[in-house]
Design a protein around this ligand. Structure first.
Ligand SMILES: Cc1cc2nc3c(=O)[nH]c(=O)nc-3n(C[C@H](O)[C@H](O)[C@H](O)COP(=O)(O)O)c2cc1C
Length: 404
């Protein structure tokens, strides 16, 4: 008979994330805001994060602070540079004023980067045609890889200077580090290709550089997390067992305070990130011809549908929980108290929520007050193509329809 008392982790209790204490275990996942037209912070972006902060999250995540101008998925995204710091400081101050912590998602979009709007070449493990930008990504040289790793360290230092509590290193969605992990995209024959050990060098190198930069900064210590793809759901792409091995290496390298577990590929299988309806018409409508025509013709192949269910990534994530001891953040279809409690009961340390908090930034406070509250998010995914104009929920109108 099991005589151990059952340990109940309260999702609303305060929790340590590395050196930082969050007021609860609920994190707003990065949802690109499209609120930085000059690649700088705006009042709009501040409001975007103030709302979930006032709405009760433990930490909000700013998406997506590229480490280099060519590492953006579009030219209007912030890239980490001294010029961005005063605006980012206003943003972190505003979020702290609401009692929440704030993380900066840092990364290089690699083959997902839009070389056309960035006015800078994109990088990939091999020369690669990106149909959305209608441009080729250049094969990254060893010097490029060294520069990108160093740029992550610089970005982490800037994040500390700007008052962030954490950085989330993007190792997912077939962005640069993730594209090196993918056997499908990484066909290199040098020391960065071939074996998983070689393909994981960029991801591990980036995390190591960020950890060193944070540890040696001298000012306040921040948490370092990573968003890692468990599988991209693509034949020949990143399989679960390889991602698990990468996660084990990241754990033993000791550079991370937590891993957020994601899935899918922005490049070849975006709907695997989300599950739910594929907003084909709206997605095509976000582009001009000929891209929109191509999208309408081949869209169902690109936007494959996966049925939505609560905690749809839990099955995969369990494999990581079973084999890792480090803190893990469960993501994907978390919208209510029951699912949060389930995540805690299964040993996850934090939960991250994207669409549900985009739809209702005050959802966390409402769930705290009444555990029966249900999310208004319908997983229609029509918020997804709004990243090309101004990200919002088409069901509730948030965040535009709200005042702080
Ligand atoms: C509009 C929108 C924008 C997103 N932008 C980003 C992003 O910039 N970086 C990122 O890692 N994930 C991004 N995501 C993915 C979310 O962080 C999250 O992984 C996904 O929505 C699944 O979580 P959910 O079921 O809680 O929404 C975005 C999602 C949405 C809906």
């Amino acid at each position: 008979m099991n005589t151990q008392p059952e340990v109940f982790t309260d999702v609303f209790g305060a929790a340590k994330l590395g050196p930082v204490t969050l007021r609860n275990r609920i994190i707003k996942a990065a949802t690109f805001e499209a609120a930085s037209p000059n690649a700088l912070v705006t009042d709009d972006l501040i409001r975007y994060h103030q709302l979930p902060a006032a709405g009760g999250v433990g930490m909000t995540t700013v998406a997506y602070c590229a480490v280099a101008p060519g590492g953006r998925t579009d030219g209007w995204q912030i890239w980490m540079r001294p010029e961005a710091i005063p605006g980012l400081r206003r943003l972190t101050d505003a979020v702290h004023g609401e009692g929440a912590a704030i993380s900066a998602q840092i990364g290089h979009a690699g083959p997902v980067a839009n070389a056309r709007t960035n006015k800078a070449p994109a990088l990939a493990p091999i020369r690669f045609f990106n149909p959305l930008s209608m441009r080729f990504a250049r094969k990254a040289t060893k010097d490029d890889i060294r520069d990108v790793i160093a740029a992550h360290a610089d970005a982490a230092r800037l994040a500390i200077d700007a008052g962030f509590d954490a950085v989330e290193v993007h190792l997912g969605h077939n962005y640069l580090a993730s594209s090196f992990l993918s056997p499908l995209l990484n066909r290199r024959t040098d020391e960065f290709g071939g074996s998983l050990e070689n393909r994981a060098k960029v991801a591990r190198g980036v995390v190591r550089a960020v950890r060193d930069a944070v540890d040696s900064h001298g000012a306040k210590q921040i948490a370092v997390t990573a968003k890692l793809t468990m599988t991209d759901g693509v034949r020949g792409g990143i399989p679960l067992d390889e991602a698990l091995q990468t996660a084990k290496w990241l754990e033993s390298d000791g550079g991370l305070d937590a891993i957020e577990l994601t899935a899918g590929s922005s490049l070849v299988n975006p709907m695997y990130l989300f599950h739910g309806d594929a907003p084909l018409k709206e997605f095509a409508g976000a582009f001009k011809p000929p891209i929109s025509w191509g999208m309408r013709m081949t869209g169902t192949k690109f936007l494959r549908e996966y049925p939505y269910r609560e905690a749809y990534l839990l099955r995969h994530a369990r494999a990581f929980r079973a084999e890792l001891t480090m803190p893990l953040i469960l993501l994907g279809g978390i919208t209510n108290r029951e699912t949060m409690d389930k995540a805690m009961a299964e040993g996850f340390d934090f939960v991250a929520m994207g669409r549900a908090l985009l739809a209702e930034p005050d959802l966390v406070n409402r769930i705290k007050a009444d555990s029966a509250v249900r999310s208004l998010c319908t997983h229609c995914n029509k918020c997804m193509p709004t990243i090309y104009t101004h990200t919002h929920c088409v069901v509730t109108g948030a965040p535009d329809a709200l005042t702080i």
